[in-house]
Design a protein around this ligand. Structure first.
Ligand code: NDP
Length: 449
């Protein structure tokens, strides 16, 4: 697919000129714009209000120095960011990523995607994303704490429960959220919650830890059911072994599937008897070891070096849950040849554009990240509601709401695709439905936002 409409083409080429050094951001924008043509055609008022050129430009970008001291007494410096992309429908909402690869291109792509994902949840949350090029791997607990506290010394003045509510992402889990939230609370003398993904004893929501992985499986289940299929008896490959991957493994197994492979950035394991998510959780979440340890512990499991090889493992369903652009065209080709029937994105933008084209062109059911992994942020919004009400809901209540939200996201996206003449194209459906709500809110609020 390519951008055909003259107005959208012009917006994209202006953006590309100004952001030529930001390939991930341009990839994310192009993927959205190429599906918007029928919507823009029906709504000339969007063009008159300059809506597309406004939506592709972040409302605010904050970049700052983070100075901290390592255990050896050496002063270290990293760069911190917050991209406050769009607040037309609610406070900025999106995770914080700590990874050496973090730069503006990656955070702008994530923030841009977040706008439409958050809109699709049906909840009042805008889009944002933040992070740092800090590498938590190999750091002591004290170093992590000092870094998080220093990061918050600057970030605290830009966030608030009605302004911007961050959460976790790659390299940021309950531990890091706890240190950042603690620092915010000390500085501001304010216990209104502000972060989501907190430990339950700090005001976090039950089921938030599980939400992205569970939500991914609820969405995939809807997609399969609409095609007369289910998880029952299917073989599943899940990349990554972090938060999203671990709980996707649990839920896919509970829904009757068998997860046969998982990975980390070093390599992947195959366990034909079905991967036990509790062992993965103990290895990765509790002991912070490598996935290789799974094969050392479980009889019959094999370990293979190199993370991309995971896509050569024949399976019925593939759930990429690690990172952006981890599944390229040739990997998609191999999956298709091996008979994959469904692919749903747990990570953000894990499939390259040619991989998506390959799946869609071969009749493989394809669920895009904006819709398929929206369960995490949806449950974060439920955490915000509980914090404002000073209430805590049960696991079952939160999980039930999550399931309802994921079904609704599927239905809304499928209906939008049909309404705009692209039936079955869930990428187009998610982009159109997510974009339309934000565009309408911006129209109501006049030019200047
Ligand atoms: P984690 O840090 O918990 O886990 C990331 C996992 O991916 C780790 O196992 C990591 O391995 C692995 N990984 C990283 N790079 C690669 C690679 N190139 N190949 C194979 N594995 C790799 O992060 P999350 O699970 O939270 O996030 C994963 C993805 O899901 C990200 O794209 C994130 O933006 C997205 N997401 C997360 C949400 C959440 O609620 N957490 C919500 C919505 C989306 P290693 O340990 O070797 O680095």
């Amino acid at each position: 697919m390519a951008i055909e409409d003259a107005y959208l083409k012009e917006v994209y080429s202006d953006l590309a000129k100004r952001n030529g050094d930001q390939p991930e951001f341009l990839q994310a924008v192009e993927e959205v714009l190429e599906t918007l043509e029928p919507l823009i055609g029906r709504h000339p008022e969007y063009r008159q209000a300059g809506l597309v050129e406004r939506i592709v430009e972040p409302e605010r970008i904050i970049s700052f120095r983070v100075t901290w001291m390592d255990d050896g007494g050496r002063v270290r410096v990293n760069r911190g960011y917050r991209v406050q992309f769009n607040s037309a429908i609610g406070p900025y909402k999106g995770g914080i990523r700590f990874h050496p690869s973090v730069n503006l291109s990656i955070l702008k792509f994530l923030g841009f995607e977040q706008i439409f994902k958050n809109s699709l949840t049906g909840l009042p949350i805008g889009g944002g994303k933040g992070g740092s090029d800090f590498d938590p791997k190999g750091k002591s607990d004290n170093e992590i704490m000092r870094f998080c506290q220093s990061f918050m010394i600057e970030l605290e003045r830009h966030i608030g429960p009605d302004t911007d509510v961050p959460a976790g992402d790659i390299g940021v889990s309950r531990r890091e959220v706890g240190y950042m939230y603690g620092q915010y609370r000390r500085i501001r003398n304010d216990a209104t919650g502000v972060f989501t993904g907190k430990a339950v004893v700090c005001g976090g929501s039950l089921a938030r830890t599980e939400a992205t992985g569970y939500g991914l499986c609820y969405y995939t289940d809807e997609m399969l059911k609409a095609d007369g299929k289910s998880f029952e008896g299917k073989e599943i490959v899940i990349s990554g072994s972090g938060n999203v991957a671990t709980y996707a493994c649990q839920k896919a197994t509970e829904l009757g599937g068998r997860v046969i492979a998982m990975s980390d950035s070093d390599g992947y394991v195959i366990d034909q008897n079905g991967i036990d998510y509790r062992t993965v959780k103990a290895i990765k979440e509790e002991r912070r070891e490598r996935i290789k340890a799974y094969a050392e512990r479980i009889e019959g499991a094999e370990y293979h070096e190199g993370c991309r090889g995971i896509w050569t493992v024949p399976c019925d369903i593939a759930l990429p849950c690690a990172t952006q652009n981890e599944l390229d065209g040739p990997s998609a080709e191999t999956l298709v040849k091996n008979g994959v029937i469904a692919v749903a994105e747990g990570a953000n933008m894990p499939c390259s554009p040619d991989a998506i084209a390959r799946f869609q062109g071969s009749g493989v059911l394809f669920g895009p990240a904006k819709a398929a992994n929206a369960g995490g942020v949806a449950t974060s919004a439920l955490e915000m509601s509980q914090n404002s009400q000073r209430l805590a809901w049960s696991f079952e209540e939160v999980d039930g709401r999550l399931k309802g939200i994921m079904s609704e996201i599927y239905r809304t996206s499928a209906a939008a695709a049909k309404e705009y003449g692209m039936e079955g194209n869930l990428v187009a459906g998610a982009n159109i439905a997510g974009f339309k709500k934000v565009a309408e809110a911006m129209l109501w609020q006049g030019i200047g936002l």
